[in-house]
Design a protein around this ligand. Structure first.
Ligand code: ATP
Ligand code: MG
Length: 562
């Protein structure tokens, strides 16, 4: 078990500890992660994945992956495949326990029949609006349906005919017979089955009735012998119904218990599937795996590591009250992980030609560079240096502002890992005044004094050899939203999108060693940030790099958003 998976404790684990002590499930711990395949998983789901699988690992129990696919609307195989892929990528394994709630349709139907036989469920002919009206409010009790006292025989007959497709969509429902005057509205004879003629991506047209979430979920848990059914806070009011159903239908000792925790909300981010779908469908992003999306697929393509995401999920912990987590914390986890593991290379994003006048024409030196200055075990590589280099436009300034620690007329800087150079001249475009090239001279003996002598240089700048560098495209990604709480704003979230969330630079140059860099591999571009080879668009002919994160939190107070 790696460090980020070390056991922590929280109120959920305390409940489990108590259950184990009281031998409630014979000491067994069985959890599940139950996504509905109607969208891609996002960082909020990752929190639930880490929690459920993490608990199973810690208690030597099991965690199932269950596709909670009881509502045909919007569900698809594409989503199932993405979920399977993403949970694996996050580092978790359900072994042979991949389940589908839709596999339980027959069993769930039988459970409903048993409820009817116990006199605890009835077919109701009220319309949706009438059911709502009869339900009452928080301050007034509900009214009993005129169909509430149908005989068991009549209910069995009607329910069978609902299944057989004899009735129109919406004309009848099956309801649990609980208590129309319960202070908890969820308990006022909730609907547990409805008629819906919509083909299901797995069962096709076999079924025209579908169980409601509250009925299907707890019984799916029971079928799988789940002990602790962990879900988010919005289900707190549904817990009495969860308990009612399992108490009616499941043997004592096999009854799972529901525990709620606060869902993850992340600043500058939207985590509602409905809205994420909208972002994709309206083309605000290029797809579910757009590197700006808070989806696992997007974060993977952005270059986030599964380790960093797990560390983040463990650091935020679980609480019983909703809050908003600062996205800077996630970015810091990503940065820490990359700082430790990403090899350093040099890349120039906005090139400016630099000629070393006194460097011999045609000479090429292989400069040995450390792949990680703090970790010699990561080895070294050779980087070619020659007379003509590219440096960053930002690293030269004709009229340097105060505190500018780079190249300028009259100044010396060190080329990273190599020589000290001194400004000599510059070439300007007569029409625009733009600087086209900078000329310098180098101090041939300065390379050997890399560590010892500072040689009065203003600073250190990175570079690539013009003749040897590989042209590349670099995509500078930034936060998708420019307000801290886009989810809490009005519905038209498009006006809160960050117009600078993507800047594409097509004329960049990277070190030759990156020509063959594998898709998905991650690097620190020295002085610039962390970058990864794009999983989709990059090829050796045209390498494409995504910025994962900047070197520092550029959104912190006072820093500029660049
Ligand atoms: P929907 O609104 O479509 O139900 P959902 O985000 O709840 O969307 P599910 O597929 O039902 O999606 O979620 C699967 C599991 O992930 C559930 O157990 C849910 O509680 C959990 N989950 C979803 N969003 C978050 C979140 N932001 N933080 C923590 N857990 C979450
Ligand atoms: Mg849900």
């Amino acid at each position: 078990m790696s460090s980020e998976m070390l056991p922590v404790t929280d109120f959920i684990r305390e409940i489990i500890d108590k259950d184990i002590k009281n031998n409630r499930y014979g000491g067994r711990v069985a959890t599940r992660f139950p996504p509905e395949p109607n969208g891609y998983l996002h960082i909020g789901h990752a929190k639930s994945v880490c929690l459920n699988f993490g608990i199973a690992m810690q208690y030597r129990g099991t965690c199932n992956l269950r596709l909670d696919d009881t509502d045909p609307a919007g569900e698809s195989m594409e989503y199932v495949e993405s979920i399977i892929n993403d949970v694996h990528w996050l580092g978790f394994d359900w072994e042979d326990r991949l389940y589908y709630a839709s596999n339980y349709f027959e069993k769930l139907y039988e459970f409903a029949v048993r409820l009817i036989k116990k006199g605890k469920a009835y077919v109701c002919d009220l319309s949706t609006d009438e059911i709502k009206e009869y339900r009452g409010t928080l301050t007034s009790p509900g009214k009993e349906s005129p169909y509430r006292n149908r005989s068991v025989e009549e209910n069995l007959d009607l329910f069978a005919r609902m299944r057989a497709g004899e009735f129109e969509d919406g004309s009848r429902v099956l309801r649990a017979k609980i208590d129309m005057s319960s202070p908890n509205i969820t308990m006022r004879d909730p609907v547990i089955y409805r008629i819906k003629r919509e083909p299901h991506y797995r069962t096709g047209k076999t079924w025209v009735i579908y169980p409601m979430y509250d009925f299907a979920h707890c019984l799916s848990d029971a079928i799988e012998h789940i002990t602790h059914s962990i879900c988010t806070l919005e289900f707190e009011n549904n817990r009495p119904l969860y308990d009612w159903i399992v108490n009616e239908l499941i043997e004592e000792g096999d009854r799972p218990r529901q525990i709620e925790f606060a869902r993850l909300n992340l600043s500058y981010t939207i985590l509602s599937k409905r809205r994420l779908i909208e972002l994709v469908e309206k083309g605000y992003v290029t797809g579910w795996d757009d590197p700006r999306m808070p989806t696992i697929a997007g974060m993977r393509r952005r270059g986030y590591t599964p380790e960093a995401i797990r560390t983040f999920c463990n650091r935020i912990g679980v609480a019983k009250k909703d809050n908003l987590v600062d996205i800077a914390l996630l970015e810091a986890c990503v940065r820490d992980d990359l700082n430790e593991h990403a090899p350093r290379v040099m890349a120039v994003l906005k090139p400016l030609k630099l000629v070393i006048d006194n460097y011999p024409d045609g000479k090429v030196e292989e400069i040995e560079c450390a792949n990680h200055p703090q970790n010699p075990a990561m080895g070294t590589r050779k980087v070619p240096l020659s007379k003509i280099l590219y440096i960053e436009q930002d690293d030269f300034h004709e009229y340097p502002p105060k505190k500018y620690k780079r190249l300028a007329p009259g100044r010396k800087v060190r080329l990273r890992n190599a020589y000290v150079i001194k400004f000599a001249d510059m070439v300007r475009d007569d029409k625009t005044g733009k600087i086209l090239e900078v000329h310098c001279t180098y101090e041939p003996e300065s390379k050997d004094s890399l560590k010892s002598d500072k040689r009065n240089v203003e600073g250190v700048i990175h570079w690539v050899s013009a003749e040897h560098a590989i042209p590349a495209e670099v995509r500078l990604y930034d936060r998708l939203f420019q307000v801290p709480d886009p989810a809490g704003m009005d519905d038209d979230f498009s006006k809160y999108l960050n117009p600078k969330s993507l800047e594409i630079l097509t004329l960049c140059f990277v070190e030759p060693c990156l020509q063959k860099a594998a898709q998905g591999s991650r690097y620190q571009f020295e002085r610039l940030g962390y970058f990864c080879v794009d999983l989709k668009d990059s090829s050796p002919l045209k390498p494409v790099f995504n910025r994962i994160v900047s070197l520092r939190d550029t959104w912190a107070k006072g820093a500029s958003h660049s």
